[in-house]
Design a binder for this molecule. Structure first.
Ligand code: SAM
Length: 283
């Protein structure tokens, strides 16, 4: 027997089932519906009595069940907003976080040449470097990642916006850009301790571990990035790194040990230490 068609309003009322799984049950349900129907949230509000086709309904059901099982909305809709951009994401990439926009803000506040050479280490789906390219189209932007699958998504995102001076290279941290120098290096590397219990909770369960964890104290990759930065920066070039809320003082010590000057840490919108930057004294 065929099920009676259900209305947009009926589908949205399913959001109550997501309470306890997410703080944004209504929004998540609407975003899934928008993706399935290829409509805007305004359209959903305007046409609450519109009937869903069987195809749309079964697609909605499949994605809604996956959300009930905890999968992040961004993976279900394969997209995520960052800065002013709408970016594709996949299970091979981290879902860009709002706090990472502070990395972009700090880079934009620097007094860099008009055609500055800028490097993003561990670019994932490309949010940081693409946001920078959107604001400074003449910057010569290079971004690296050791995941080919992540870079394929980053390339697709670049294709969507068509910025002229952005290139992606695959490899371990500085290895693919050996011998090159930059005016600014930005990085949001993995920085969670391997044994952090939060890795077993919520959305992060679905994200690639290689994008999240970095050794026993979470600092292995930051040690490599900060330790190697002077060799990849012009004199007085800047290094800006994201890190965990409780890693500020350890990260400042790593900058100081590697000969950086003007080392400062900045807090995110939640008041947590999140971004540290410093300038390279020597080449
Ligand atoms: C925390 S994610 C950040 C992704 C992206 N920049 C963002 O903010 O959404 C860290 C990224 O570093 C990459 N990565 C991990 N280890 C790496 C390595 N040894 N060399 C280069 N990239 C690495 C991961 O593949 C992942 O894309």
């Amino acid at each position: 027997m065929r099920n009676p068609p259900i209305r947009i309003a009926d589908a949205i009322s399913r959001s109550a089932q997501l309470n306890g799984i997410t703080d944004t049950a209504m929004l998540d349900t609407q975003l899934i519906l928008c993706f399935v129907l290829q409509k805007t949230q305004a359209w959903l509000r305007t046409w609450p009595d519109a009937k869903m086709s069987e195809g749309h309904l079964s697609h909605f059901e499949e994605l809604f069940q996956r959300r009930l099982a905890g999968e992040p909305v961004a993976y279900l809709t394969q997209s995520c907003g960052f800065w002013t951009l709408d970016l594709q994401v996949s299970a091979a990439t981290l879902i860009p976080r709002p706090e990472t926009e502070l990395l972009v803000e700090k880079a934009l506040q620097l007094d860099l040449p008009e055609t500055a050479q800028v490097l993003d280490l561990g670019t994932g789906s490309g949010p940081v470097i693409l946001a920078l390219a959107s604001e400074r189209p003449m910057w010569q932007c290079t971004a690296t990642d050791n995941s080919q699958s992540a870079l394929a998504i980053a390339e697709r995102n670049l294709g969507r916006y068509g910025f002229d001076y952005v290139s992606f290279v695959c490899g371990d941290w500085y290895e693919p850009i050996r011998g090159q120098r930059f005016h600014c290096i930005v990085s949001n590397p993995p920085y969670i301790a391997q044994s952090d219990p939060h890795l077993g909770e919520g959305d992060v369960r679905f994200e690639p571990t290689t994008a999240l964890t970095s050794g026993a104290d979470g600092l292995d990759d930051l040690r490599q990035i900060i330790g190697g930065a002077s060799r990849a920066l012009h004199k007085h070039g800047w290094l800006i790194t994201e890190h965990g809320y409780d890693q500020g003082s350890a990260v400042r010590a790593l900058y100081a040990k590697s000969g950086f000057d003007q080392v400062t840490t900045h807090r995110d919108l939640n008041g947590q230490e999140r971004i540290t930057l410093g300038t390279a004294l020597c080449q």
